[in-house]
Write a new protein. Structure first.
Length: 270
């Protein structure tokens, strides 16, 4: 099956030269559950040339409400392996690297990101230790790092410039890395009261054991994040126009909101 016969409908939105840039590009995605799976699938449908995916988890029943490769037939199966099968079926030209574990050795994590043009942090929001390791590795390699949780009926996209604000500074992490595994990432502070403050506040305080979300938010996230990555990789989004941290992009379907805001200003919001 010819590459151009699959992705000819992209031409017009992208020039042939831009599509070729996408074909030559690679993205590394850590976590292919609620957000990473649909982000990977959408990038595959864009015609990206290469993906590296990793996830040590297995699918269980609560994943069926939103996770791309979560099906009755994949329950109990490793998320990265199950997702990889579907990605290959979507894009037969895709070069795919798959890890069914999360390497803690910085050298192995660098190898996972090798050859990538951007990375995606779709790691769970319980604890900061692995997110920080992933972010520091991306920064060392000079790679933009995208992360995007899906609270409620919306999604929040944050992109870290490898030369700009660090993930640790953005989340106001404790100075002692020993506290990072139990650190509750302050999504309520980043979002503010107008952006599901009560909902994420209950999660952050421990009143809710999980961050409630749904398939609509996951699909929205996949479209937003993958499209932004495609725009950056093809050059349609110039570097100087990228919304980097501490600014963030927020979409809320319930409130019909699309906004770009500075997360540092949230503390002063009424």
């Amino acid at each position: 099956m010819d590459y151009w016969s699959i992705y000819c409908r992209n031409i017009g939105l992208f020039s042939r030269e831009e599509q070729e840039r996408l074909r030559r590009a690679k993205v590394a995605i850590a976590g292919v559950g609620g957000v990473g799976g649909i982000e990977a699938a959408t990038l595959a449908r864009f015609g990206i040339g290469g993906l590296s995916i990793m996830d040590p988890g297995v699918f269980d029943e609560p994943d069926l409400n939103r996770q791309f490769a979560a099906m009755e037939s994949t329950l109990g199966e490793n998320k990265a392996r199950a997702t990889a099968r579907l990605l290959r079926d979507i894009n037969p030209h895709l070069e795919l690297d798959v890890l069914d574990h999360a390497p803690s050795d910085p050298g192995k994590l660098e190898a996972f990101m090798k050859g990538s043009h951007m990375v995606v942090d779709a790691i769970d929001y319980s604890g900061l230790d692995y997110k920080a390791l992933f972010a520091r590795t991306a920064r060392k390699l000079g790679l933009p790092n995208v992360t995007a949780p899906i609270p409620g009926f919306g999604t929040l996209m944050v992109i870290f410039d490898p030369r700009g604000m660090t993930l640790e500074d953005f989340y106001e992490a404790p100075a002692d890395p020993g506290e990072w595994p139990s650190f509750n990432i302050p999504l309520d502070r980043i979002l503010g009261e107008r952006r599901y403050g009560e909902l994420v506040g209950s999660y952050g305080s421990g009143d809710l054991p999980y961050l409630p979300t749904c398939s609509g938010a996951a699909a929205l996230n996949g479209g937003l994040v993958a499209t932004e990555i495609a725009l950056i990789l093809t050059g349609k989004r110039p570097w100087e126009d990228i919304v980097f941290a501490p600014r963030a992009t927020y979409v809320d379907v319930l409130r019909r909101v699309f906004e770009v805001y500075d997360a540092r200003s949230v503390k002063g919001e009424a």
